[in-house]
Design a protein around this ligand. Structure first.
Ligand SMILES: Cc1cc2nc3c(=O)[nH]c(=O)nc-3n(C[C@H](O)[C@H](O)[C@H](O)COP(=O)(O)OP(=O)(O)OC[C@H]3O[C@@H](n4cnc5c(N)ncnc54)[C@H](O)[C@@H]3O)c2cc1C
Length: 424
């Protein structure tokens, strides 16, 4: 049987960051993934590091907007109608979490975690041999309707009241922020603190760095079960043999719910599918990412690539690509950029991924009361790349038994992230 201090299950942004910080602190770490490292949601996502996304998915506005969109297959949000008890329980918990009060408790926490991650990304991008096209140029939200602009203005008002730095842009300001693009828009916002990166490169280059630093990185190893003894995981079973670990960290994104069941822990996480299309980057394209706001589509330059993506579809653990929804994303672009003809660019990849969503839009992060050596770090929804580094560092704090946030000076209330918060 293989032995290790810490076994990390899942090599996405969260698992790789946890591996890096634990190894850096001297732990013996094994990181396993059933596929390649970074083959889950962390591969083809939009690569945005976004303090501007500090409003959790569960918020009062989302419920009314979601109801309008819910069953329309080419809208930005879709629920595949089905009688799945776990989905119904999740939706009920989501509705309860979508209150003004709970949203306002969540915003400062997400903001502080995102801002802490920004500083950590700066450090990580300076590591030897680690390169992930990291830039902090902000993200621009583009609005083409009066209704959209009003919504944006409300969001600006809310987020600036929490100290975030956001400029309102008139059309000429937009043109300046996104030089070289012919926009059809009424105005926009510039979320100045946001940053962007190439997520697949981030995960893989940090995993490679960690392997060089001594982490045992094992792709192609699937966890199939656990043997529990005396309130601890004594053995983790995998397709490549058993592992005895002092601590087990579950960072398997949307797959964490099923793995939680195997460990006897309930983790209400619904996978929310999203899509992206990656093109060869057109000549002269600006370096700042932007959102086609009314359509909920993001456009991110990533080195010599350009990625366009969006939609949120609650359709279970289903990774098939629905071309109708891909077309809906691409069709949004010429509404904002009338000259843009997607057919004239080389498509490098069409991808879908599963965002791991908890009912209140906050991740699960912490120890599990009934399984003493299990730490869960999963459920980061739309911001798992953004929160990857800070989550990894907090996992280290939890395992080291320190006040988790002491050296981050975040004053983070980890209670809000408690793994058993939906147990009642
Ligand atoms: C279209 C789209 C756009 C997005 N844009 C952004 C963005 O701009 N910014 C942002 O911050 N976030 C974004 N996200 C969200 C982000 O992708 C996720 O929150 C994040 O990738 C989750 O990371 P993770 O490490 O928790 O999970 P994942 O990356 O999904 O990793 C989980 C890993 O666990 C492995 N695994 C599963 N089961 C097992 C098992 N039994 N044994 C071993 N390994 C297992 C999987 O193979 C996988 O590699 C986007 C998501 C989508 C879909």
């Amino acid at each position: 049987m293989n032995k290790t201090d810490v076994l990390i299950i899942g090599g996405g942004a969260v698992g790789v960051c946890a591996a890096y910080y634990l190894r850096d602190a001297g732990y013996e770490v094994t990181l396993v993934d059933r596929g390649e490292i970074g083959s889950g949601a962390s591969h083809g996502n939009m690569g945005l590091v976004v303090p501007s996304h500090s409003v959790p998915l569960a918020s009062p506005g989302v419920v009314s907007q979601g109801l309008k969109w819910m069953f329309k297959p080419d809208s930005p949000f879709y629920i595949k109608p089905r009688l799945d008890p776990s989905l119904i329980r999740w939706l009920w918990a989501f509705l309860k979490a979508s209150s003004e009060d709970r949203m306002r408790r969540a915003i400062p926490l997400i903001r502080d975690m995102s801002l802490a991650s920004l500083a950590l990304f700066e450090e990580l991008s300076g590591l030897d041999g680690v390169d992930f096209d990291y830039h902090q140029r902000g993200v621009v939200a583009v609005y083409r309707t009066r209704e959209g602009l009003d919504e944006g203005e409300e969001e600006r008002h809310l987020l600036t009241s929490y100290g975030l730095e956001i400029d309102a842009l008139a059309p000429d300001g937009l043109a300046e922020a996104l030089p070289g693009l012919e926009l059809s828009a009424l105005g926009g916002l510039h979320f100045r603190q946001d940053a962007h990166l190439t997520p697949g490169k981030f995960v893989r280059s940090l995993a490679d760095y960690s392997a060089r630093a001594g982490v045992t990185v094992q792709p192609g190893v699937e966890v199939t079960g656990f043997t529990r003894e005396n309130g601890r995981i004594a053995v983790t079973h995998t397709t490549r043999g058993d592992i005895a670990a002092g601590e087990v960290v579950l960072t398997a994104g949307s797959w964490s719910a099923a793995l939680g069941d195997l460990a006897g822990v309930s983790l209400p996480i619904q996978p929310a599918k999203g899509y992206s299309v990656t093109l060869r980057r057109p000549a002269g394209w600006p370096e700042t990412p932007f959102m086609l706001s009314e359509s909920r589509v993001a456009v991110t330059p990533m080195g010599d690539m350009l990625r366009i993506g969006g939609t949120l579809e609650l359709a279970g653990m289903d990774q098939t690509i629905n071309q109708r929804r891909v077309a809906a994303i691409l069709n949004a672009v010429p509404r904002y950029l009338p000259d843009f003809d997607v057919g004239s660019y080389e498509i490098l990849e069409t991808w879908c991924g599963l965002r791991p969503c908890t009912p209140d839009g906050l991740p699960f992060l912490g120890r599990v009361p009934d399984v003493r050596n299990l730490v869960v770090a999963a459920g980061h929804a739309m911001i798992g790349v953004s929160l990857g580094p800070v989550t990894g560092k907090l996992v280290l704090g939890i395992i080291a038994g320190e006040r988790a946030d002491s050296d981050l000076e975040l004053g983070i209330d980890l209670e809000l992230l408690a793994v058993d918060r939906f147990a009642a």
